[in-house]
Write a protein of this length. Structure first.
Length: 340
């Protein structure tokens, strides 16, 4: 039981090594360490650990003290590996410290990495055959060093279920909010984001931050079209509709949209509609068909298909997890989802 007398907190082991980036360590504690339930209970027990407990160098002019060792990794529900520019990019397949590699491979819960911490997971063999990301400046080296990993340098984070990776330092914020959202729903994640003064969802991926070898003229933003679309998610929006808002051809709009966000317009629209559906499932007693209509999917069947592809669960299962099947309208709130 937790100190609040409720269910046990989700145990998080934050793994640091010499050369750790203090910002990454701090953001994990700030986001996961302050997440609370609606009744005010802390939801995570966050502990910093190292391959060997004691003083750990940072890439700043101060050290940190890691009280815990790798035994915390074995007991954790989530392990988060923080980047170290001293060693990460020199790692090779099988080249990780044996004790650390064994601890990561033996972790009972999910394992995640921020920035070049993905090199650690790859060196431990946890990313073989999987999709992953890392800081865009290290992506080419990562791909050459670990050919068994499919590298996506355009995204802020990759969720492969039991293994997750994120891009540069600030993308650790996106990853942590994603973990909170996955564990406890969008309302809890939004409250953490609000308190930390960061957006609950950040537009686009790493593509917008990559320095181009040849300077490009400034592109006309497609942000007006995105702002126009958000209150109209329930409507049958088309690519031509979005392009017309910016007075662009469909081809030009699609190219510039992808350059700015890392997504196609329709991929972006589907993501926003999924977020809207999740909010409705958590906060209302609407039937599945009504949620589908208000989120812009049209039918319950379409909503279930997109939930299966995007989240791996049905809308009814999602609601049961983050709202509770007995809340509000009960079985009626699930619509016909129970028959799927």
């Amino acid at each position: 039981m937790s100190p609040e007398g409720s269910v046990a907190r989700h145990r998080v082991a934050v793994l640091v090594r010499d050369g750790v980036l203090p910002m990454e360590l701090g953001l994990v504690h700030q986001l996961l360490g302050t997440a609370r339930s609606a009744s005010g209970e802390l939801l995570y027990d966050v502990r910093t650990c190292a391959p060997r407990p004691g003083m750990i160098r940072t890439d700043a002019d101060f050290p940190i003290h890691a009280e815990h060792g790798l035994d915390v990794v074995a007991a954790a529900d989530t392990v988060l590996v923080i980047a170290s520019h001293e060693s990460d990019e020199g790692l090779t397949p099988g080249g990780l410290d044996a004790d650390l590699a064994a601890a990561l491979r033996g972790a009972a819960g999910r394992v995640a990495a921020i920035c070049t911490g993905s090199f650690v997971l790859a060196a431990a063999g946890l990313l073989d055959g999987r999709r992953a990301t890392t800081h865009w400046m290290s992506a080419d080296l990562f791909a050459r060093t670990f050919p068994a990993v499919t590298v996506d340098a355009d995204v802020l984070y990759v969720d492969e279920g039991e293994v997750l990776t994120s891009a540069g330092e600030a993308a650790g914020i996106d990853l942590c909010l994603h973990l909170i959202r996955s564990d406890h729903g969008s309302a809890v994640a939004a409250e953490v984001a609000r308190r930390t003064v960061v957006p609950p969802h950040r537009e686009g991926g790493q593509a917008q931050y990559i320095q181009r070898p040849v300077p490009e003229p400034r592109l006309t933003s497609t942000s007006e079209a995105r702002a126009w679309a958000l209150p109209r998610l329930a409507e049958p929006l088309t690519l031509a509709d979005l392009a017309a808002v910016e007075s662009m051809s469909v081809r030009t709009f699609s190219r510039r949209f992808r350059e700015e966000t890392g997504l196609t317009p329709m991929q972006w629209l589907t993501q926003r509609r999924l977020e809207r559906a999740r909010e409705l499932l958590e906060a209302t007693d609407h039937t599945i068909d009504r949620v589908a209509t208000e989120a812009g999917f049209g039918t319950g069947a379409s909503l279930r298909q997109h939930f299966a592809l995007g989240l791996g669960v049905s809308p009814g299962a999602y609601r049961a997890t983050f709202r509770g099947a007995g809340v509000g309208a009960g079985a009626d709130a699930l619509g016909d989802d129970a028959h799927v």
